[in-house]
Design a protein around this ligand. Structure first.
Ligand code: GLA
Length: 418
């Protein structure tokens, strides 16, 4: 009786403060403007690539017509530089009227008619990183405004802000979002700013208030940038893995597949690693001009199925071979299945790698049927003591899925499913 009363009180206070939108049960998928289109507001000189409603509508059309929506990509996200340079007479934000003649509400309607969702960008400080109006002192008004427009996701950045106040300020925004009654997926940049400022990050608090959150620096259009991000997640994995789960995911930033820098091997590597990390799959690329080999990687349904596994567990690095630059990462999936990625930092030649199955953190004593996910072929059945050999290209991956064999065994005089 006493215990249940305490529980009720605890649940009550949790419910009132925490984000309760039921969203992001698996890592969110969609498209986000920033990495590819930045703060290009020059629609006179560059009408095709400037940040305008036309850009988002064209990306939405591609998502629907080229199979991305069917594969799970549903959010179309505006980033910085969408606003007019100041608030209106009632302090409300509004979109630059020349670049967004339909307004954000019109754009949200466009997305909803296509079965897509619209995301938007605000900044917790006095200005956005690109110098547009910030939300400090207007959090409640801005939460209401975006909800009235029919926005489905909010990325709240943290430029021009006192980082020390974020641990109270972001949760304040969570309350305002809850109060709108509209489910709005909340993406917080708060932990990244705390990291940058050397402030300890309380991930329990972050996870109570945000669906996804940036931990580390912005991705750029380079393999080096992808590598440095993967390094950070490996270094911090003991902190980051426990906070991820349905409703809450660490965000290593956008997919740059199909942009100017990654080779096909590197693109497959980013896709596989983001799936292993249970990361949001937010593409930042030009879907109007992307070539088929990159599109196929983004649409690979087996890799997406690993990313979207219901258990929502984030994977981690389990082996590092310093001599040949190859690492193994594993992610436990539902029903005892594992996904494994052999990831190569080598800049030399394809390498054979041989590992004993049980070194990949495959936990039970069951045999596993192993398939090569990109090659779409079975590699056979392996016992924990068996060795498995893969051939990994430089800057590339081999992604495997290991499915436990349903075999019966005798345990304590009973026949049980092994
Ligand atoms: C910060 C964010 C980026 C992007 C820009 C916009 O750098 O981390 O993802 O939103 O601001 O100015």
């Amino acid at each position: 009786m006493w215990a249940s009363a305490v529980l009720l009180v605890l649940l009550g206070s949790f419910g009132a403060n925490a984000l309760d939108n039921g969203l992001a049960r698996t890592p969110p998928m969609g498209w986000l403007a920033w990495e590819r289109f930045r703060c290009n507001v020059n629609c006179t000189a560059d009408p095709k690539n400037c940040v305008s409603e036309k850009l988002f509508m064209e990306m939405a059309d591609r998502l629907v017509e080229d199979g991305y929506k069917d594969a799970g990509y549903e959010y179309v996200n505006i980033d910085d530089c969408w606003m007019a340079k100041q608030r209106d007479a009632n302090n409300k934000l509004y979109a630059d009227p020349e670049r967004f003649p339909s307004g954000i509400k019109g754009l949200a309607d466009y997305m909803h008619k296509k079965g897509l969702k619209l995301g938007i960008y605000l900044d917790y400080g006095t200005k956005t990183c690109g110098g547009y109006p910030g939300s400090l002192d207007y959090l409640e008004l801005d939460a209401k405004t975006i909800a009235d427009w029919g926005v489905d996701m909010l990325k709240m950045d943290g430029c021009y802000a006192d980082v020390k106040t974020m641990k109270t300020g972001y949760p304040q925004m969570t309350k305002y979002l809850n109060a709108t009654g509209r489910p709005i997926l909340f993406s917080c940049s708060w932990p990244d700013y705390e990291r940058g400022a050397g402030i300890p990050i309380n991930y329990t608090l972050v996870a109570e208030n945000c669906n996804i959150w940036r931990n580390y620096v912005d991705i750029q259009d380079s393999w080096q940038s992808v590598l440095s991000i993967i390094d950070y997640y490996a270094k911090e994995q003991d902190t980051l893995v426990p906070v991820a789960g349905p409703g809450n995911f660490n965000d290593p930033d956008m997919l740059i597949i199909g942009d100017f820098s990654l080779s096909v091997e590197q693109a497959k590597a980013q896709m596989a690693m983001w799936a292993i990390l249970a990361a949001p799959l937010l593409m930042s690329n030009d879907l109007r001009t992307i070539t088929p080999e990159y599109r196929d990687i983004l649409l690979n349904k087996d890799v997406i199925a690993i990313s979207q596994d219901n258990a929502g567990i984030m994977g981690k690095r389990v082996l590092q071979h310093h001599a040949n630059g190859i690492e193994a990462w594993t992610r436990p999936l539902s029903n005892g299945v594992f996904s494994i990625v052999f990831f190569s930092r080598s800049v030399k030649e394809p390498e054979f790698v041989t590992v004993v199955m049980k070194a990949l953190a495959v936990s039970s004593d069951t045999s596993y049927e192993v398939t090569d996910v990109y090659a779409q072929k079975s590699m056979g059945v392996f016992k924990p003591t068996d060795s498995i050999t893969v051939y990994v290209n430089p800057n590339g991956v081999v992604m495997l899925k290991a499915t436990p064999q349903k075999v019966w065994k005798v345990e304590n005089n009973m026949i049980v499913l092994n």
